[in-house]
Design a protein around this ligand. Structure first.
Ligand code: GAR
Length: 204
């Protein structure tokens, strides 16, 4: 299972996946890391781990990529033999060409129990809504915003004394368990997508 990772930020989920692979818990290979943010720590982490990495400037749009740049992403991913695209803190919405090239093979991790709190700063949204429980979700990516079929979720309690920062930190701990677990199920061929529902099989 050859993975390409897209990230815009710190890259702690990338690191969690890298560690799971190193420990032999996940049979996969990270073959490329791409960021739309030149100074994103995820690129420095890729460099330290000796994984090929690339900064691709995003172009003039704020939330998505220019079509020609999206083509550059696809080209780079295909050139590195990427089979699965794993979004790890990637803050842009992907468009049509991406889905044609990697249909059903794009995953994301989101810091809420979807379908609650889609979009930006989901941990802050949970606090502001007064939720007592939130969590994280690994899901397939479709053309909507955080709308694709859900693979796995983990619940995290919201504590009275939580700030956005403390809640996000606890959510990230859960994310670092959940993402490798979800990818392991995929690597083992145990995931079956039936419409909006994802069934986990006991054996391939
Ligand atoms: C993670 O908490 C991830 O769930 C979130 O960004 C953070 C990236 O952290 N993603 C989104 O909000 C996407 N909608 P990381 O760079 O340390 O992995």
């Amino acid at each position: 299972m050859k993975i390409g990772i897209l990230g815009s930020g710190r890259g702690t989920n990338f690191e969690a996946l890298f560690e799971a692979i190193q420990k032999g818990e996940l049979q996969a290979q990270i073959v490329l890391v791409i960021s739309d943010v030149e100074k994103a720590p995820i690129l420095e982490k890729a460099r330290i781990h000796k994984i090929p990495y690339l900064y691709l400037p995003p172009g003039k749009f704020k939330t998505y990529l220019e079509p020609s740049i999206e083509a550059d992403y696809i080209h780079a991913l295909q050139n590195h033999g990427v089979e699965w695209v794993v979004l790890a803190g990637y803050m842009r919405v992907l468009k049509g060409d991406f889905f044609r090239a990697y249909k059903g093979k794009i995953l994301n991790i989101h810091p809420s129990l979807l379908p609650a709190f889609r979009g930006l700063d989901a941990w802050r949204q949970a606090l502001e809504a007064g939720a007592k429980i939130t969590g994280c979700t690994v899901h397939f990516v479709d053309e909507g915003l955080d709308t694709g079929p859900i693979v796995l979720q983990e619940a995290v309690k919201v504590l009275d004394e939580d700030t956005p920062e403390t809640l996000h930190a606890r959510l990230q701990k859960a994310e670092h368990r959940l993402y490798p677990e979800a990818l392991k199920l995929i690597a083992e061929g145990r995931i079956l997508v039936k419409g909006r529902r994802v069934v986990i099989k006991n054996s391939p």
